[in-house]
Every structure is written in structure tokens, then in C-alpha cells.
Design a protein around this ligand. Structure first.
Ligand code: PGA
Length: 262
């Protein structure tokens, strides 16, 4: 996989004015680069306004969550149909903040993944262990469980619209614990191996696996140059157009290096 995919997860940040400004700056910056795929995921209230700005650009629109029903009496929730209606191509599911702060279970996440894929969305499915789990030597067990349960009963035809993001909980949000490129490469290999056992080697080879956890311009090249790291899911640094675009450029350079050595 030579074209890297860089995704910005704005989380619960920005005002409408800031969202507008940030989206415009990313679009302008992206008009000067090629050979990299980019998506941004603003908060729900700004999807429409950011979507308008992204129209006709090379930046895709993504959402940070959905509720796994088409419509109905689900106060406060947002359906896949609504996301598609707003022009969303992607949705982030299984993010550790939703797993740990909002108590989402593997079963519930699996339901969301299946409904989102069936609706036609591309899913960025996040997995990752906590520091306690890593220190107890349970990284592989945790990743395997999240993959087996979170991706249960998926229809094979939808697999091409699935992206996995490896996000070690202990490295998210500038915690002071950064995952080393070696640790990231190893975790991606575990994920690809498990995915291969679930869906076959061909699907595993074609799978795009992003890394997320304090990716910044200063460490982007080291991470994106690792074998099996197909892109990055960026939180904090995606709120600053210059930092986000610097990471996008690191993605292009790495894609080119891989093509040259292929
Ligand atoms: P971070 O967030 O880049 O701020 O660590 C990544 C994420 O949670 O997706």
C-alpha cells in the first residue's frame, strides 16, 4: 500500500468559526499536494458547514460516531443515513474515548461497524490496549479480542471499506508516553495477522492500518516509514492546519520512498 491515508479527528473541539477556518486552511494546503489521501472528522454540529467547504476538494468528510439504527426514537443520536446525507464518507468507531469514557462494549461497537458498513460508509475501526494491559504483557490478547468481537459477522463484500486504526490508549493525547516506531510496527503486525486469520491473507494484505497516538510533525516520518503503517489518525495536531499539513506531507514523502524502492 503506497498511498498513505491521513485522518484528522477533531474530537470535541472548535467553534463554528474555528471549524470553518481550519477546514479552509486544510483545503488550501491540500491543493498543493498529491498522492496522499486525507479526511477530516469534525464534531457533529459542524459537519454540514465543513462539508460545504470540502466540496470539490481532495479532502473527504468523516464523522466521529453514529448510532446503529436508520431512524427512530433515539434522542440525541445520529444515524448513518444522516451522515451520508451530509456527505460523510467515513466514520470513526470503537475509539478508546468512547470505549473507556462512555462504556461502549465490543458487542455494541460491532453492531455499529456492521450497520455503518451496510449503509455504505467507510469505517475507521479503532483498537488499542491500555498501559496496564501492555505492562501485563496482554497487548496481543487485547487486540485479538477487540478484532474478533468488534469485527464479528462482517460480510466479506464490505471489507474493502474497513480501515483499522491502532491507537494505544496510553499514547493518546500527549500523555508523555509515546509509542516507539518499533512498538507500532509490532502492533500493526499483530493486527494484520489476526485479520488474515479472520478474513484471509489477501484481505489482510489489502487492509489499511493507521497509527494514532500523539502523532506530530516531528515523529510522523519515523512512524509512517515503518512497514505496515499505512497512515495516521491525528487528534491534537489536526487542530492546527500547519501541523496537520506537515504530517500530510510526511505521508507523501514516505509513499514516494516506498514506490521508489518497490
Ligand atoms: P492524539 O489523538 O493525536 O491527540 O493523541 C489521536 C486520537 O485519539 O485519535
Amino acid at each position: 500500500m503506497s498511498r498513505k491515508f491521513i485522518i484528522g479527528n477533531w474530537k470535541m473541539h472548535t467553534t463554528s468559526a474555528e471549524a470553518r477556518q481550519l477546514a479552509k486552511a486544510v483545503v488550501v494546503g491540500m491543493s498543493r499536494v498529491a498522492r496522499v489521501s486525507v479526511a477530516i472528522c469534525p464534531p457533529f454540529p459542524y459537519l454540514a458547514l465543513v462539508g460545504e467547504i470540502l466540496k470539490g476538494s481532495r479532502v473527504a468528510l468523516g464523522a466521529q460516531n453514529l448510532y446503529p439504527e436508520k431512524e427512530g426514537a433515539f434522542t440525541g443520536e445520529v444515524s448513518p443515513t444522516m451522515l451520508l446525507d451530509l456527505g460523510c464518507k467515513y466514520v470513526i468507531l470503537g475509539h478508546s474515548e468512547r470505549r473507556h469514557k462512555l462504556g461502549e462494549s465490543d458487542t455494541f461497537i460491532n453492531h455499529k461497524v456492521r450497520v455503518a458498513l451496510a449503509a455504505g460508509l467507510n469505517v475507521i475501526f479503532c483498537v488499542g490496549e491500555t498501559l496496564v494491559q501492555r505492562n501485563a504483557g496482554r497487548t496481543k490478547t487485547v487486540l485479538d479480542r477487540q478484532l474478533v468481537q468488534g469485527l464479528a459477522h462482517l460480510s466479506a463484500v464490505t471489507l474493502t471499506r474497513l480501515i483499522i486504526a491502532y491507537e494505544p490508549v496510553w499514547a493518546i493525547g500527549s500523555t508523555g508516553h509515546d509509542a516507539t516506531p518499533q512498538q507500532v510496527q509490532e502492533a500493526h503486525a499483530i493486527i494484520r495477522h489476526r485479520f488474515g486469520r479472520m478474513f484471509g491473507t489477501k484481505s489482510a494484505e489489502a487492509l489499511s492500518i493507521q497509527y494514532g497516538g500523539s502523532v506530530k510533525p516531528k515523529n510522523a516520518t519515523a512512524l509512517l516509514s515503518r512497514l505496515g503503517v499505512d497512515g495516521a489518525l491525528i487528534g491534537g495536531a489536526s487542530l492546527h492546519a500547519s501541523q496537520f499539513l506537515a504530517i500530510v506531507r510526511a505521508g507523501i514523502n514516505e509513499a514516494q520512498t516506498e514506490e521508489e524502492s518497490a
